[in-house]
Design a protein around this ligand. Sequence first.
Ligand SMILES: Nc1ncnc2c1ncn2[C@@H]1O[C@H](COP(=O)(O)OP(=O)(O)OP(=O)(O)O)[C@@H](O)[C@H]1O
Ligand SMILES: [Mg+2]
Length: 356
Amino acid sequence: MAKTMLEVKNLTTYYKTRMGEKVCSVDNVSFTLADGKSIGIAGESGCGKSTLAMSVMGYYFPPLYYEGGSIIIDGKEITSLDPDTIRTTVLGTDIAYIPQAAMNALNPSRKIIRFIEDVLKAHDSALSKKEMRELAEERFNILNLPSKVLDQYAVELSGGMKQRTVIAISTILSPKVLIADEPSSALDVSSQKIVIQLLHDLMEKGIVHSMLFITHELPLLYNVTNDIMVMYAGEIVERGTAHEMVFDPIMPYSRGLMNSIIVPEEGTRGHVLQAIPGVPPNLKIRPRGCRFAERCRYADETCRTLAVQELPATAGRLYRCRHTLEELYKIYEDELPSLLDEDTGTSGKASPGGVK
Ligand SMILES: Nc1ncnc2c1ncn2[C@@H]1O[C@H](COP(=O)(O)OP(=O)(O)OP(=O)(O)O)[C@@H](O)[C@H]1O
Ligand SMILES: [Mg+2]
């Protein structure tokens, strides 16, 4: 069995607003990511995907604050380290983060090689310019990126090339965990494919050991990641393999998400697109029961008031709903059109982990 590269246990972080209110955007989140594997994180806008990404790096600055929980990367607990130690010894090597819209944040008046030098110098101040240049060229070659880009400015690059360059810069120290936050969302379809191929190559060539891939484009996750976790209102509500999550989601929320997209595989012909009614809850107040209850057509008073058990920090099929699997399947059979084309029978029933 592959070793665990990242273990997040009961991680809770919050934003402090200017009025001093707490917005708990990552609440008691637990999961594990194995060496050589990738997990996709999906969920509606504002459900906390980017906040989870920032929180998992263990490097906090206002308005984001740490409240509790642990982050263990390759056996090293990082929440007990001070920010300077995290910046110099963890970021880039243990964990690297490509923020949402990072390619638009490149300073247009600097050559690409300067950004790479910044990252390398922060890690090893003894490196000479020549050594850094050699390292950058070698990495660009491995990744089939033209090394002339190193002497160009960000404004001279196309969107796709800019994003590939940002990915190459962020992974120059070969991180154990890479978090890519919507890396392809702003790109045209062919650039998206090239960026996805690059991420694939990084994993395949062992430059990046494991990956969290955030996107609201679920069809993309299906093709890219081993597992998918669905996030809602600051919590992970379901986890399974990409196939299980796309073709056999258990939680009403995950099912709603899958129903609101077009799944790119045969067997979904005639699939009716449905939006999830309502909006996510305001996280200034922590709801007592299931956070999706107000929008869930199957919720009753107990769902609204009874706390739902946390997901454990294990891999496998997990979901967070007080209904049993049998109850949910019965409801779905009676009320919802199946995601599957009846003819193909491509999916079996799920076998959930120890949540219930
Ligand atoms: N600086 C901030 N101060 C207060 N609240 C914030 C701040 N940044 C984000 N939030 C809130 O935290 C919640 C999670 O936001 P986050 O950006 O993590 O969502 P997301 O899932 O990444 O959304 P998207 O798909 O749009 O990128 C939202 O309710 C958002 O309003
Ligand atoms: Mg985001």
